[in-house]
Design a protein around this ligand. Sequence first.
Ligand SMILES: Cc1ncc(COP(=O)(O)O)c(C=O)c1O
Length: 471
Amino acid sequence: MVTKIHEAGAAASALEQLDRADVLHGFSAPCAQASNEVVVVREAKGMRVIDERGREFLDAGGGLWCMNVGYGRPSIAAAAAAQMEKLPYFHSFGNFSNEPMIRLSERLLKLAPAGMARVVFASSGSEANDTQIKIIRRYNNLLGRPLKKKIIARLSSYHGSTVAGASLSGLPMMHKTFDLPIPGILHTLAADYHRRPVDVTTPEAYTRHLINALVQMIEKEGPETIAAFIAEPVTGTGGVLVPPPGYFTAIRQVLEHYDILMVADEVITGFGRTGNWFASPGLDIKPDLISIAKGLTSGYFPMSGCLISSKVADVLYADKSADAMFAHGFTWSGHPVGAAVAHANLDLMEAEDLPGNAATVGDYLLSRLLEAFGEHPLVGEIRGRGLLIGVELDGDRGARRPFADTHRVGGFLSRACFEERLLVRGGHGRVLAAFAPPLLATRADADEIVTRFGRALDRVSTNVEAAGLAA
Ligand SMILES: Cc1ncc(COP(=O)(O)O)c(C=O)c1O
């Protein structure tokens, strides 16, 4: 059907009105919804997203850090359609199974870091992390350690939006009005070198500072009460934080010493984002449990999972008690269409070596950003790994001081990027533009990101100046 331009505009505004009337959007203030611009996304191809008004955006945020293979891949649509015709749904409770899920499990265990033995499926990253908590509790119950249940997460982390996922997350906005976190979740310091204390001057000293804080927390709580430590290998939503060298090696030594499980939340970093299939091995993380989602299907279908090491699985499988049933799962766990989509997605990632491309184009984008904005008066730090890169703005870059009103300047930045038709992810409690474009990005795409971002930064400078917020 061909729609004339003015009809498209009218249809778009009718949709926007309906949205304002009917939808409560997450991560948006309901009171602002009546006046907020609604962006009704209509279609997308490769790295480009088009809205109902016909505006085209360069999606440098990969949707929500999840669009790894790029939009509009026909082989994924075909795989979904074929599977829907053959078996559109069946559950995986009890002894029911399906071939795409079985073969996906085998494939994931081959791709995963060493030591992973089993997969349990869910639909979202939050559900995967909720599942991890239940696995961890059960593991310690089976080992006869009923006190060993607390989980240490980190400040500035994001682990999801469910009651448990939000509790694990280290962002105050996820807790404040929801009476969270739930008991038994603790938060230690983030590995945030840019915001290190003023008297810490080297990455090595900073790692020692972080490790001391962790050890103090474990000792204060009692090691017999601490079950697990959960971390994103490279923090995403909370600020694109790349750990200092040696950080996870030192963390591992502490966890091994106190017999604490390591959960790697690879929901963003898994499936090529940081230049490898998984980020853990390159950072010397040896996880006992891994959460996966997002890039598993590149967002074409909601699917997630927990990868369980043999260390943990052996305990679960040895249980022959009256309570041996693993009473956990979701209607959509191991969905055959999701699994078929995941296979088609992984086929593309393998055939096109998208992790390799993320490494080379990621290095290129990082160096271009450093070259263009490394000395910019508003830019505090540019950091990243693979195609997961953040540019953080400071109110006073010399003193590494953030803006006093991060909310306001963050608003300038996201608005400016939007006006340049550049979609980025923002920071929470910091002024940040995060880049997580589809992994098929080319050098030309990286150049375009840099050009658009440069124009956006000019707008921010003007706004900061006009508002009298400059240092
Ligand atoms: C590291 C990490 N873990 C978990 C989640 C939660 O995933 P979902 O939104 O699919 O529940 C996210 C989402 O952004 C994430 O970035």
